[in-house]
Ligand binder design. Structure first.
Ligand SMILES: CC(C)(COP(=O)(O)OP(=O)(O)OC[C@H]1O[C@@H](n2cnc3c(N)ncnc32)[C@H](O)[C@@H]1OP(=O)(O)O)[C@@H](O)C(=O)NCCC(=O)NCCS
Length: 347
């Protein structure tokens, strides 16, 4: 019979071995590279030890569930929470309820539990535990070149034909436009970003606290991914930021708009940030910019600036334990702020 407990330093080897068996050697090496950053440097990790729930049989680790502690803001009220990031059970011990026991233990010990991009098995597990329904995090794409409209499931000639037909539209939406406010690249988030977060937090029904310590950990310090950050400034005061990176994909080059923040009512501010990202994407020869955005006003801003909604399979699930949430909280998600930068989607 397995027992479930918090991670202890001597579990490290067992956790590593099971990860390697589940995801392969490359993924295990990548995890080792980001281990210290992911667990110990996270500013909201209270204990200093990795927040991993471990299922043991004697000294053997037969399952574990890695979580990422965050502060979760519900209309400005903060609770301790954690993203569930990676559940795994040894193949010979599956279908014995260990996965369920791991998730239950995590849930019982957290003020709020969140999951982004769960696998089919992961989703089944949450459904069995009667978590509130998952929601799709919409994906929006802004085409910058005619190659932007290619799809992997289409044959080459069709992709070329669609690219040619789409060109007039792409040409219009991707035109370069002037910036209206001051934009400034940022190398480190300072306390003025914490002040921005404090000011804006009540505007979101649900969002992870995006203060300077979180943002530096998440976007400046990772050893495995490099992000660019731009701040929106007016008369010297910070009004927003955007985090992005460029990458090669099989069908072209993509700029990922990973995270952003501004007052959802600040239409001009969002426009300025988006134009900056457009320019950066063009300078890197990207074929498109891709963003995931849950918040209604932010999605409107993206659409007004040339982004189109495309199919998304990214789902978010949330369960708040520490406070009573208002009626309809789990169904009305237009004021949630969830992006691709949340949890560990982007790594
Ligand atoms: C997802 C994963 C962690 C689930 O672990 P698990 O210990 O097998 O989970 P459980 O035993 O609680 O549940 C799995 C199934 O076994 C069934 N089951 C549980 N106890 C059982 C028992 N005593 N007898 C028979 N069936 C049982 C459950 O009903 C469930 O069935 P379902 O899939 O049809 O809903 C595991 O499959 C895994 O490591 N997968 C690979 C990594 C992965 O995809 N992780 C998810 C990331 S979010």
């Amino acid at each position: 019979m397995s027992e479930i407990d918090r991670f202890r330093p001597d579990d490290r080897r067992g956790v590593d071995t099971l990860y390697r068996r589940t995801h392969g050697a490359d993924a295990a090496n990548a995890l080792r590279l980001r281990w210290d950053w992911q667990h110990r440097r996270n500013p909201y990790n209270q204990t200093g030890q990795p927040e991993i729930w471990v299922a043991r049989e004697g000294p053997t680790v037969v399952g574990h569930y890695s979580t990422l502690p965050v502060r979760v803001s519900i209309k400005g009220i903060e609770v301790e929470g954690a993203w569930g990031s990676d559940a795994m059970v040894a193949p010979e011990r599956r279908r014995q309820g260990i996965g369920e026991a791991l998730v239950r233990t995590w849930d019982r010990n957290s003020g709020a539990v969140l999951a982004l991009g769960a696998t089919t098995d992961g989703r089944k597990l949450l459904d069995r535990l009667h978590w509130p329904d998952a929601h799709i995090v919409p994906c929006l794409v802004k085409p910058l070149t005619r190659r932007a409209v290619r799809l992997p499931q289409w044959p080459g000639p069709i992709n070329r034909l669609v690219s040619a037909l789409a060109w007039p539209v792409v040409h219009v939406v991707s035109r370069s436009r002037p910036l209206r406010a001051e934009c400034e690249p940022v190398r480190r988030f300072d306390s003025s970003f914490t002040a921005l977060w404090e000011r804006l937090a009540p505007k979101f029904d649900l969002a992870v606290r995006r203060d300077a310590s979180y943002l530096n950990w998440r976007y400046i310090e990772p050893p495995h991914v490099r992000y660019s950050v731009v701040a929106l400034k007016r008369q010297g005061e910070i009004h927003g930021y955007a985090v992005y990176r460029h990458r090669h994909e099989p069908l072209g080059r993509v700029t990922l708009l990973v995270d952003f923040l501004a007052d959802p009512d600040d239409v001009a501010g969002m426009k300025t940030l988006l134009r900056w990202v457009d320019r950066a994407a063009r300078a890197e020869d990207s074929d498109k910019v891709r963003a995931y955005a849950m918040n209604g006003p932010f999605r409107r801003a993206l659409r007004r600036n040339g982004y189109f909604a495309v199919k998304s399979t990214l789902e978010v699930s949330v369960k708040v334990n520490a406070v009573q949430v208002p009626k309809g909280f789990y169904d009305e998600t237009a004021k949630w702020h969830v992006t691709y930068g949340d949890s560990d989607q982007d790594h």
